[in-house]
Design a protein around this ligand. Structure first.
Ligand code: NAD
Ligand code: UFG
Length: 336
């Protein structure tokens, strides 16, 4: 019988792609989401892609009783915990809300799992736990530090999980920069308002919603002077979760791994790749550096390969093409 996996935050950007990867890997999946940062039609879109009903519960991880009821009413063999607030800037303005959702929600989940007898968990962490470091690419044993309330919640989450008893099997996945969209172009990243992150911003310039890209600094110590990041296709990232769960189930042992490609791209390279994907040279101007940005952030990806058999296969061009297919499809739908 297939294992049933609970995805908290499963209607969000990474969660919805992971839903599809887990279904493809043969898992049954139950989504729990309060839809604070997900569109209501995501489950219907997942149904269109899979051709099968999607099990969704609308609920909030800040409510312990909701989580306890999930484990009382369902046999859950493992959990992937995405549900969180994730904007670094916003976390500076509302640190308590970030801690309530990201740390309080995790604790509620762990208690419900303990009572429900489920001790397998995959946790969404972030390269943000490495802070501002010049060590590149970054290995998993690099010291951790919190440079924002958001980063603090991810670091605290990791540390809480490290305190659990030996009968728990926990996969801590540190994502680098997830971008792109599903090959169906039916799901993708859909940030409300003004995007903070590069690729969603570039996408809105490509669709004409925004006028030009601001490149935050061209005087970094990198080949073209702009910041370097380790962009990873969200479908590769989603696959990492299926492999993480499989490893937890088969070995009973936990792991902490970077999920990245190991390859960095500059801001100008991203703009060039996106311009090729959408078929026109996207306008940009050089702006001052953004506070808090580091020059380079790339993963050492070997541990994920060795422990999970994980290897990202999609290129920056694939990421930009899939993003463009998704955002341009959204516009076509809106004008049909
Ligand atoms: P997202 O906002 O698209 O997904 C998060 C989901 O959680 C949303 O569907 C939202 O509605 C839900 N949610 C939020 N608060 C909730 C609550 N109290 N109860 C129930 N559901 C709630 O974000 P994402 O990009 O898919 O990120 C998923 C996870 O990965 C997060 O934990 C995030 O911190 C982490 N992460 C993301 C990135 C990134 O660049 N996207 C990088 C590193 C780590
Ligand atoms: N950038 C621009 N213009 C923009 C937006 C970004 O030039 O409009 C540049 C940034 O300066 C940086 C690069 O593009 O050099 C990537 O920036 P993003 O905002 O897309 O991503 P970050 O690496 O800054 O942050 C992401 C997540 C954080 C997470 C961090 C580390 O958004 O939540 O990766 O994992 F903490």
């Amino acid at each position: 019988m297939a294992e049933t996996i609970l995805l908290t935050g499963g209607a969000g950007y990474i969660g919805s792609h992971t839903y599809l990867a887990l279904r493809e890997a043969g898992f049954d999946v139950l989504i729990l989401d309060n839809f604070v940062n997900a569109k209501a039609d995501v489950p219907a879109r997942l149904e269109r892609i899979t051709g099968a009903p999607v099990a969704v519960l609308r609920g909030d991880v800040r409510d312990p009783d909701t989580l306890k009821a999930v484990f009382r009413d369902h046999r859950i063999d493992g959990v992937v915990h995405f549900a969180a607030l994730k904007a670094v800037g916003e976390s500076m303005d509302m640190p308590i809300d970030y801690m309530q959702t990201n740390i309080g929600g995790l604790l509620n989940l762990l208690k419900a799992m303990e009572e429900g007898g489920c001790r397998r968990l995959v946790f969404s962490s972030s390269a943000t736990v490495y802070g501002d470091t010049r060590v590149q690419p970054i290995p998993e044993d690099h010291p951790r530090t919190a440079t924002s309330p958001y980063a603090f919640t991810k670091l605290a989450g990791e540390q809480i999980l490290e305190q659990l008893t030996a009968d728990w099997a926990v996969g801590i996945l540190r994502y680098f920069n997830p971008v792109g969209a599903h090959r169906s172009a039916l799901i993708g990243e859909d940030p409300a308002g003004h995007p903070n992150n590069l690729v969603p911003y570039v996408a809105k310039v490509a669709t004409g919603e925004l006028e030009e890209i601001q490149v935050f600094g061209d005087d970094y110590d990198t080949p073209d002077g702009t910041g370097i990041r380790d962009y990873i296709h969200v479908e590769d990232l989603a696959q990492g979760h299926a492999l993480s769960l499989r490893a937890l189930i088969e070995t009973g042992m936990g792991h902490t791994v970077n999920l990245g490609t190991g390859q960095g791209s500059t801001v100008l390279q991203v703009i060039e790749a996106y311009s090729a994907a959408c078929g026109r040279a996207l306008p940009y101007r050089i702006a001052p550096r953004r506070a808090g940005d580091v020059a380079v952030l790339t993963a050492r990806p070997e541990q994920a390969r060795d422990l999970l058999g994980f290897q990202a296969t999609r290129t920056l061009d694939d990421m930009c093409r899939s993003s463009w297919a998704w955002v341009s499809g959204q516009i076509r739908n809106a004008t049909d």
